[in-house]
Design a protein around this ligand. Sequence first.
Ligand code: HEM
Length: 197
Amino acid sequence: MSDDNPLAPPPWLNAPPVDPYPYEESHDLRVGPKLHPSLDGLLPYIGVWRGRGRGGFPTIEDFDFAQEIRISHDGRPFLSYESRAWILDEQSRPVRPAGREVGWWRPVLDGDRVTDELEALLTVPTGVMELHIGRRKGTQIEFVTDAVVRTATAKEVTAGHRLFGIVEGALLYAQDMAAVGQPLSPHLSARLIRVAG
Ligand code: HEM
C-alpha cells in the first residue's frame, strides 16, 4: 500500500480474480459439511423455521407477527442464527416488516468436553447488541443476557431472557426484555414449524 494515498492501486491488484466463497453453509443436515461434534446437542434446531407469534410490552399495544428463523452451520463449532419477522393484521396479512436479528450460537467447550453451556451474540438493526449465556437441558435452552450494548440512538434495552424449546417437532420460544424503564417483561412468544432442513 502506498504511504501517501491509501486508495492507490496496490501491487497485488494484477493477481487473478478469486472464485465465489468456496465453502458450504447448510441448514439441512443431509447436505453440506459434516456437523461439528460440539453441535450435536443443538442439532434439532438446525433448519429453516416459519410460524407466528404474539407480542407486547407494558409500553406498547399487543400485536401478532409472523417470523422466519434460519439456523445453519458451516462445519465449524458455531451456529448462524438469522431471524426476520413481520406484523400481521387480523386476517394474517402482512402489515409491515418488524424485528430482524442476526447472530451466532457458540457451544462452550471444557477442553474437548462439550458442556451444556452456550454463548450467543445477537444484533438487531435498531442499535442493540446482546451477549447471552445459555444453558441447555435436553432440547430446551435458557438464555440470559450477560451484557447489552447500545448505540447512542437505540432504545434503552438493559436485559433479556429467552427460552427456546423443541416441542413435537416445532420450535417454541418466549422472550422477555427489560427496556425503556420497564423491568423484565414478556415481549414475544412464537411457535414455528420446520419448512426446510
Ligand atoms: C420477532 C421479532 C420482533 C418483533 C415482531 C418485534 C415487534 C415490536 C413492535 C411491533 C414494537 C412496537 C413498536 C413498533 O411498532 O415498532 C416493538 C418495540 C420494541 N422492541 Fe421489538 N420486536 C421484535 C424483536 C425485538 C428484539 C430482538 C428486541 C431486543 C433488542 C426488541 C426490542 C424492542 C424495544 C426496545 C421496543 C420499544 C418498546 C418501547 O419503546 O416502548 N424487539 N417490537
